[in-house]
Design a protein around this ligand. Sequence first.
Ligand code: MG
Length: 211
Amino acid sequence: MIRHEYIDQYIRNTIKRETGILKELEQYAMEHGVPIIQPEVARMLSVIIRIHKPEKVLEVGTAIGYSAITIAGVLGEKGLIDTVEISEEKAILANDNIYRAGLKHRINIIVGDAADVLKCLDKNYDMIFMDAAKGQYPDLLPECLRMLNSGGVLISDNILFKGLTAKEQVKRKNRTISNRLKQYLSELCNHPDLETSIIPIGDGVSISYKK
Ligand code: MG
């Protein structure tokens, strides 16, 4: 949470919340300490997808499949998601959850380190959701931009890192990640082909439009 607690609570109590399998996965994530997108980020993703109507989506960081299921649930008839997960254990869990959600035909899980996987992918996407290890973001950006179609959208999660990205003095243990996120946001905001908005919901989300 990076704003006032009472504002977060108000937003969470006001927006439409998940039911069924997604609600179940929220419970699982809480109990097992798995980071998943926060409710207000899920709603924003859903709204952007309904507006943007992407057909091909790349997600970097599957975890237990919560966001892939959220995205697939609002994609149009032709929508497909490739999602990359470094942990085989999490990928197996995600696969199971995606199957139970009845979305197996929409979501393709690729197991491997995004740094290697993205280099080997030779596809184009209308939307990319970046939700991997934060320290990796700047290294993954060139590959994402190579595959993102003109008119496409890159959405990046956790870019404010509990607010630490915005601080000048950061404890040594968090310094590398906050510096890498600063670098990432600077690249997103100064790239000639991108227009980027930084939104302080959840753990911080950026939306970049590729011209
Ligand atoms: Mg995240």
